[in-house]
Write a protein that binds this ligand. Structure first.
Ligand SMILES: [Zn+2]
Length: 462
């Protein structure tokens, strides 16, 4: 059996790993979109194997860097089954249709004013619809036998709702090999999601390393952290708090935290608006799957009957709602996407507030280099959104309390907990080159050897 690495090697996007068996059957773990800075979208249109030869895809979670190239592989002849959890199936439906909309919008803006008819859209709604027809729902902890040689089990990864780690069991030539694929892990004691689970007795581990060089700074509880920002903006200055949050997972964690604060009586006189189409769709999916959430969320749901709705909350769904927002009196809070302030409704709110010294922009997630969120956090004195330019007078700040990945210490704990007498090698993926190399160095300093950093196209025979 061979394990081949075709994505997320020394980079964060494009997760795709291939298991190739002696009898020629082929199984993919994830089929994500690659969108590293400077990449052209069409690099995703070619696969290093024949898509029609892939027997099945095991999807760890719904994020586009893990799922976003599924419609392309379907377009190119993939006919097999896609296995994922129920929440992942519901979230991925919204995310893939959103991906089509984003691709068409980017394509349209690129063509504007140019004669080029070149199409830079990878797939259409038709391919998304076809992809969804391949999905088979699998629950956590159920061992699924694909054939005589291969079975797998999902474990909670604790990253976003429904996110799974995959324990792959390979039986060939009279021996059994267990390979664990972490998928994206979450950090312990996160809002809504359960803690990551350790896969037992693994021989090899393919481990994400997104924050292998980072230490989470925020030591507050999420409620205290958000309340602190509300005090600084809405309460002390009677101003606006604009929170930039990813649509899937982050928006729901923030709305749940705001609901908890509302129940504590901390939001008196402060309205909350949530303004992101994908964020609203994702919240509706979350509402259907409370049984997949952690104890805190389940207890809250049992007691109050609602996780994300509270009387102060207004969901912005129509253009009329959006216009209405312009006439609201402070203080108020807006939760909007995109998380990196690149595109999405958040840009409108940043435009409306950037010149206002009593507005407060809180970035609640990672912002890649070159994104507007990153520029704001670097203290850029003025911003440009399309033809709009303005000096920055609003206060800009960030929090990592809602981070959906473990930091270096969290990853080390996970690796130590995964250690067993059979573990022969850990492959580090899903982190940029500098992060992964730094993390490997650190692990070796603390005597955790057995580390390998694969590059794209590397194959390992077991
Ligand atoms: Zn993810």
């Amino acid at each position: 059996m061979k394990l081949k690495f075709y994505g997320a090697t020394q980079q964060v996007t494009g997760s795709m790993h291939l298991l190739e068996f002696d009898n020629n059957s082929k199984i993919l773990i994830d089929c994500g979109l690659q969108y590293e800075s400077g990449d052209k979208l069409d690099i995703n249109d070619k696969f290093p194997f024949n898509p029609s030869e892939i027997n099945c895809i095991i999807l760890t979670h719904s994020h586009i860097d893990h799922s976003g190239n599924i419609p392309t592989i379907v377009k190119h002849g993939f006919k097999g089954t896609i296995y994922c959890t129920k929440p992942t199936a519901s979230l991925v439906e919204n995310l893939l249709y959103d991906s089509v909309n984003v691709q068409y919008a980017v394509n349209k803006s690129k063509k504007k004013g140019k004669k080029s008819k070149q199409n830079t859209v990878l797939y259409s709604s038709k391919h998304v619809k076809e992809s969804l027809e391949h999905i088979k729902l699998i629950d956590f902890h159920n061992k699924i036998k694909i054939n005589e040689n291969f079975s797998f089990t999902f474990y909670n990864a604790g990253h976003i709702l429904g996110a799974a780690s995959v324990l792959a069991e390979i039986n060939e030539n009279g021996k059994t090999i267990k390979i664990g694929f972490t998928g994206d892990l979450g950090k312990e004691n996160s809002k809504i999601v359960v803690n990551p689970e350790i896969m037992p007795d693994i021989d090899y581990l393919v481990c994400e390393s997104t924050y292998g060089n980072r230490k989470h700074k925020c030591l507050n509880t999420a409620e205290d952290e958000i309340l602190n920002h509300i005090n600084l903006s809405c309460k002390n200055k009677k101003g606006r708090l604009i929170i930039a949050a990813f649509s899937v997972g982050r928006t729901q964690a923030i709305l749940f935290t705001l609901n908890q604060l509302y129940k504590r009586g901390e939001l008196n006189g402060i309205k909350v608006f949530t303004d992101s189409k994908l964020g609203i769709q994702s919240t509706r999916v979350h509402e259907q799957f409370d049984e997949y959430m952690n104890n805190e969320a389940q207890e809250f749901f049992k007691k109050h009957g609602d996780l994300f709705n509270f009387p102060n909350l207004k969901v912005i769904e129509t253009e009329y709602d959006q216009q209405d927002l312009n006439y609201q009196n402070e203080p108020y809070i807006i939760v909007s996407s995109a998380g990196m302030v690149e595109g999405g409704r958040i840009q409108q709110h940043v435009r409306n507030n950037i010149h206002n010294p009593v507005s407060y922009i809180l970035i609640a997630g990672y912002c890649a280099d070159g994104t507007l969120g990153n520029k704001l956090l670097q203290g850029q004195k003025s911003i440009k959104i399309g033809s709009f330019e303005s000096p920055v007078y609003a206060k800009v700040t960030s929090t990592d309390i809602f981070s959906a990945h473990p930091d270096r210490d969290g990853l080390v704990k996970y690796l130590k907990d995964s250690e067993n007498k059979n573990l022969k090698k850990v492959f580090l993926i899903h982190g940029d080159k500098k992060t992964i190399e730094g993390f490997k160095e650190y692990l070796e300093e603390i005597n955790f050897n057995k580390i390998e950093i694969p590059i794209r196209g590397n194959e390992y025979t077991f």
